[in-house]
Design a binder for this molecule. Structure first.
Ligand code: ZN
Length: 351
């Protein structure tokens, strides 16, 4: 894997290549952007360019291969140990970075999921960022920029990465599906419609699109949406139970929010007479149309706002169960009002 294999992010590629070529690399970078869009690949590609015996990031020389196998003596990859990156891990890397490079021009340390640095580790790292050693490069990677200390952010050169385009992700899913050496081919990916749905729900994340989340996207999408749509606003216990169940799957809360956004966006589009080709959940067209008949432009806007607020709260570490409970109450409450409104309209027409 080198720069040529990374999809998109052309500006970032060029910026980093030029900075290395002209020996103007910063001592520390912070790559930010959604999970699974290529930030770590970019950091490894840059490292390879720096280490390569051919000065090209060829991928075949000894230095490139050692780096790929994470056994190059001048390369360090720091990842969470459990849920956190701990101070001992940071101290170990600091110790290593204090020595000159063994065979590469620089010692490079990539800190993946940097938002998982605990308080002690963050403070320890801060010292290194404030007083960088010569011939060292630190690359922090984070999909949760807001959770990093401001003092860390301000001491790194920040390089934001955009989400990949939906069509790009869909094309890769299709190509992956047809790859002869793909032994994990999933039967869910059998046509371009499904590839488009996965690409839309993966929200620009190739990692998600090609992961086991495909099953989640399809099966749990049906189950979750059906569970929400059958909630009775006057029956609180099932609502709280569903909120608890959804909130317990912490790693997939972000996916859940994207599923809800895509579904209610589709309803919004149907209400506004948009072409069905613009829908994400095209395989659920009947259900989307059925619900759209019970919504108004205002009610659907309220629902979309409720989902976006919930998404914001979850990124700000609000209690997930509480956030989901409030979301479900708002979704079902508005549904009740909408149904009442529809009934009133029907009664008016009847009379
Ligand atoms: Zn090489």
């Amino acid at each position: 894997m080198n720069f040529a294999h990374i999809l998109g992010h052309d500006h970032q590629k060029e910026q980093l290549k030029q900075a290395w070529k002209s020996r103007r690399l910063a001592h520390a970078y912070l790559f930010t952007g959604a999970d699974g869009i290529g930030k770590k690949l970019m950091a490894v590609a840059l490292s390879k360019l720096i280490f390569c015996d051919q000065h090209s990031g060829c991928g075949t020389c000894t230095a490139c291969r050692r780096l790929e196998h994470n056994n190059h003596p001048d390369f360090y990859l720091l990842e969470p140990d459990g849920t956190q990156i701990k101070i001992d891990q940071v101290r170990h890397v600091q110790q290593e970075l204090s020595h000159p490079p063994i065979s590469a021009p620089l010692r490079v340390c990539i800190i993946d999921n940097a938002e998982r640095l605990n308080a002690a580790a963050s403070n320890a790292l801060l010292k290194t960022l404030e007083e960088p050693r010569p011939n060292t490069l630190i690359i922090l990677i984070s999909a949760h920029y807001e959770q990093l200390l401001d003092t860390i952010k301000s001491r790194c050169q920040q390089l934001p990465f955009a989400r990949l385009k939906q069509q790009t992700v869909a094309d890769i899913i299709t190509a992956h599906n047809h790859s002869d050496d793909n032994t994990e081919c999933n039967s869910l990916q059998k046509n371009s419609n499904q590839a488009n749905i996965i690409a839309a729900l993966a929200a620009g994340s190739l990692k998600k699109a090609l992961s086991s989340n495909q099953e989640f996207f399809f099966e749990q999408r049906y189950n979750t949406l059906n569970a929400i749509n059958t909630l009775n606003p006057n029956s609180v216990v099932p609502m709280l139970e569903l909120a608890e169940k959804l909130a317990n799957d912490k790693d997939r809360l972000e996916d859940l929010i994207w599923i809800l956004l895509s579904y209610y966006r589709d309803i919004f589009l149907i209400i506004n007479r948009a072409s069905p080709t613009l829908l994400t959940n095209i395989d659920m067209l009947q259900q989307v149309q059925h619900q759209a008949a019970n919504e108004t432009p205002i009610s659907i806007q309220h629902k979309l706002s409720a989902i976006i607020e919930c998404q914001f709260q979850i990124t700000r570490n609000v209690n997930p169960q509480l956030a989901i409970e409030v979301l479900l109450i708002r979704l079902t409450k508005q549904l009740q009002e909408t149904v009442s409104l529809t009934n009133r309209k029907t009664q008016i027409k009847t009379f």
